[in-house]
Design a protein around this ligand. Sequence first.
Ligand SMILES: [Zn+2]
Length: 316
Amino acid sequence: MGDAMQKRMPVTGHRSLVTLFIGALVATVAAPGVAQDLGPHVRKVRDGIWVYAAKPQDANVTIIETREGLVLVDTGQTPADSRAVQAIVKKLSLHPVRFIILTEPHGDHASGNFVFSPPAIVIAHAGATESMKKGNFEARNKNLAAGNPEMREAVQGYRPVMPHIEYNQKMTLTVGERTLELIYLKNVHSEADTAIWMPQERILWAAASVGVKRYPNLRPFLTIDDILASIRMMRELKPEVVIAGHGPPGTTEIFDEMERYYMLLLERVANLSRLGKSLDEIKQELRMPEFDDWAAKERFSTSVELAYKAVQGKQP
Ligand SMILES: [Zn+2]
C-alpha cells in the first residue's frame, strides 16, 4: 500500500511532508495486517519480534520492530536467506534496518551484512572483525552459488561489511521502546559470541553456546567449563523464550538438555579415563544413546576431545 500511494504522489514542494504523513499512517495502520503474511519460514515470538529460518537447523535471523526502526539479530544462513529477510523487512516496515547484532562472526550468521548495510550499523563483540577477515565469505558464496541460480542472484553485490562497533564484555542498546543487553559469552563457540537479553520481553538469544537437538562443533580453544558457566548464567536470567543460534525457539529446557549432555559426557569420559583408556580408545568406546536423535553426529568426537581435556585437567 505504501509504495503504490507514494508512486502516485506528485512531486511538489510539500512532498516530504506528504511522505512523512503516509509513512506514519502505514506504520500505525497497516503493520498488523501485513504481519500475517510473512511466509512459511517465519515464527512470531512476541508482538513485533519474528524469527526466520528456512530449514530447522539453519542459523536464525530475528527481526525486532521498534518505533525507531528495525533491529536484526544475525543476517542469514546464506545470502538467499538474507534476501528473503530483506523482503520480509520491506513488508513489515517502511523503516530500514538500523542495527545488526551478530551473535557470532561465522559466515552463516554474518555474511549477509551487505544486504542491509548501509544504513545498518553492525555490532559484535571484540574479535569478530578479525575472525570475519579469516572467514573467507567470498569462497563460501562461490561454493553456494555453484549450480544454484537463486544463490548466484543473491550473492550479487556482495562486499565484506565488518562490524562498525565492537564492544567489550557488555553493552546496552536502546532503540525506541526496546532495550537489548549484549553479553559476551567466553569460549563457547567462536572468538566472539554474544548473548542478547531483552529484559522487558524476557527473550534471550543464546548464540551457538547451545544447540537444539544438535551436537555442538567444539573448537580446541573452547572449554566445557566456560560453556556450562554461560548456560547457567543465561538460565539465571529466567527467560521465557530462548533462541539458540540454530534451531527452533524454545524455553530454558534448551539449557537443561545441553547441560545434561555435558554433565553425562564429562562423567563418562572421566570413568573411562580412570580405567586408563586413551583419548582414541574413549572416542571408540563412548556411547551417548540418550542423544541418538540429535543431528550432526559427526561432530561428537570434538565433544570427547574437550571433555578429555577437562577431565585430565582435574585429575591429580
Ligand atoms: Zn558458528
